[in-house]
Every structure is written in C-alpha cells, then in structure tokens.
Design a protein around this ligand. Structure first.
Ligand SMILES: *[C@@H]1O[C@H](CO)[C@@H](O)[C@H](O)[C@H]1NC(C)=O
Ligand SMILES: *[C@@H]1O[C@H](CO)[C@@H](O)[C@H](O)[C@H]1NC(C)=O
Ligand SMILES: *[C@@H]1O[C@H](CO)[C@@H](O)[C@H](O)[C@H]1NC(C)=O
Length: 281
C-alpha cells in the first residue's frame, strides 16, 4: 500500500472513531444548491491592496458573530451583518507578519478561526517551509508559529467536528494535508487522497481558499472558470459545486455560523468583491 493511501486510511479511521463520540448532527449535505444573493465591493485599501482570505469569528450568545479578513500582510476584524453585507472595521493589525518576517515570511493566505484561535497559512518567496501561524482573534496579536513540510500553503480550514486542520498545495492538488489541530505544536499531520472528477485527474489547480461546513470542505480556485469545489473529507470525493462570475483572481472563502451565508472573495483590477451565496434546502 502506498504511504499516502495508508495515511488516508488512518484519517478515515480517525474520522470513524470521532464519529462514534460525536453528538453533532451536522447535516450530511445532500446535493447542495448554492445561489448568489448579493455582492459587496471593497476598496483595495481595505486589504492593503492584496485581499487573501476571510473567516468568521463566532463568539457566543452575548456577542454577535464577527468577520475577519486577511490581506497579504494584514488582518482586519469587522462587525458582521449578513443580510445587508455590512462589515464595519473594528480592529486592524496592519503588520501581522512583524513577528515572523525575519524568517522570510511575507504572505498570508486564507485564514480560519476555531475555538478562540485564528489560524493563518503563511509563505515565503522561496516556498520552502510554509507555516501555520496563530493569532488571538480578538486582539489580532501573533501567538505562535508551526513550520510545515508543505511547499505552498494557500489556505487552512478547520473541522470542528473532528478537530482537523486541512490545507493543500496550490496546483495539481490530488491530496489534502490533515493536521490534528490540538497537536499542531508537534506538527502531526497525515494526507488524505482526493477522488477527483473525470477530467481533473491531474488535480485541482490554483486552490486559493478553504472552509469546512459539517463534513464538507469547500475549496475556492482561481483556475479558469473560477470553480468552487466541495470535498467530502470523510471519503475524499470531490465535486464541482458552482462557478463564480469571471474574476481576475479568486481568493478565500468562509461560511457564517449565524446565518449560513457563504462568502467568496475575489480581486478585480481596481476593487475587491465579496460574493454572498446561500444554500436552498
Ligand atoms: C463571549 O465571548 C467574548 C469574546 O470572546 C468573551 O469576552 C465573553 O466572556 C464570552 N461570554 C460568554 C458568556 O461566554
Ligand atoms: C511579537 O512581537 C512583539 C513585538 O516585538 C513582542 O512584544 C511579542 O512578544 C511577540 N510575540 C511572540 C508570541 O513572540
Ligand atoms: C502540474 O502538472 C502539469 C502536467 O503534468 C505539469 O506540467 C506542472 O509542472 C505541474 N505543476 C506543479 C506545480 O507540479
């Protein structure tokens, strides 16, 4: 058995074990149908010129959900009203890589937030040791760094069901990296092979963003057609979910906990757009 296949089995086994103890009823997403609701246009300065990612900060019953955006070197936390797509800036870390720039890191990708920790994938120009950095999502202050063996690390996405952090390379993506989020310090990870649709055997190209909803991992890509894929990460089965309107460059993706809206960020020539999608049942 190939090492990757063996590791994939380990992941499946871990998921099976976790399933037994999980009380979650995360809907086994039947054939989903996301449709675009509205869009919001940002000035590029909102992202310090380079939009990269987005994640939701679900607080608790006394604190409404917020939204955090990543630019190439910034983090920005905003209030969140899904119905009107209102994002009011609350706090910015304008130099979010200050603690790690001496190591060569100069690019933040698509972020995620889980259990009070903001996870950001970061890269250097040499693409030799991308890292996962952690931040306090409230203060946006850097708290730590874990270097990985990936080449590229465009995105991270956490499954709260299984406490896995997923990531991938950028091009020719035929597998996912699966990190145990609670053991990140030990760098524990495995690999999940993808079962790609006919015509995509070479792998997913230009993967820019990821977000988990239940047992689904949604991946946004800036490959031709600007596809958003859905991966059932228990099986590795990949399907095309929808195509974005034609854009210059698709970036990160997030799904709000409070209202279920999906957001996909895109960069155009002179502005940045967040497209909002909702899922009809
Ligand atoms: C709700 O979340 C905020 C922000 O994380 C925290 O300060 C507050 O203590 C939390 N409240 C409860 C009731 O958990
Ligand atoms: C990040 O840098 C600031 C400023 O130098 C420093 O005060 C802080 O302790 C650093 N954080 C960590 C986690 O190293
Ligand atoms: C992806 O696959 C194509 C075709 O096999 C190859 O030309 C290209 O170099 C690959 N890219 C990467 C980043 O591996």
């Amino acid at each position: 058995m190939q090492p990757a296949a063996r590791l994939a089995l380990l992941v499946i086994a871990a998921i099976a074990v976790a399933s037994c103890s999980s009380s979650s009823s995360a809907a086994a997403a039947a054939a989903s149908s996301w449709s675009m609701k509205q869009e919001h246009i940002f000035l590029e300065s909102f992202f310090a010129s380079s939009p990269q990612g987005v994640a939701m900060l679900f607080a608790n019953s006394s604190v409404p959900e917020q939204i955090v955006f990543s630019g190439k070197t910034i983090l920005r936390r905003c209030s969140y009203v899904g119905k009107t797509m209102t994002f009011a800036s609350i706090l910015e870390n304008p130099n979010a890589l200050a603690n790690v720039s001496a190591l060569g890191y100069n690019h933040i990708g698509d972020i995620d937030i889980y259990n009070g920790v903001l996870y950001a994938p970061i890269e250097e120009d040499s693409y030799t040791r991308p890292a996962i950095v952690t931040y306090d999502p409230m203060t946006l202050e850097y708290t730590g760094l874990v270097q990985t063996t990936q080449k590229h690390m465009p995105w991270v996405a956490v499954s709260s069901l299984y406490k896995f952090l997923f990531s991938s390379e950028f091009d020719n993506v035929t597998s996912l990296y699966v990190y145990q989020v609670e053991n990140l310090k030990m760098g524990l990870f495995t690999i999940l092979d993808l079962h790609l649709p006919v015509g995509l055997e070479q792998g997913l190209m230009a993967v820019q963003g990821g977000v988990v909803s239940g047992t689904n991992l949604y991946l946004s890509s800036s490959a031709p057609g600007d596809p958003v894929y859905v991966v059932d990460y228990r099986t590795g089965i990949v399907q095309l979910e929808f195509n974005l309107p034609s854009t210059q460059e698709t970036e990160g993706i997030a799904i709000a906990n409070s209202d279920g809206y999906m957001y996909v960020l895109v960069q155009n020539n002179f502005d940045v757009v967040a497209y909002q999608y909702s899922q009809s049942s």
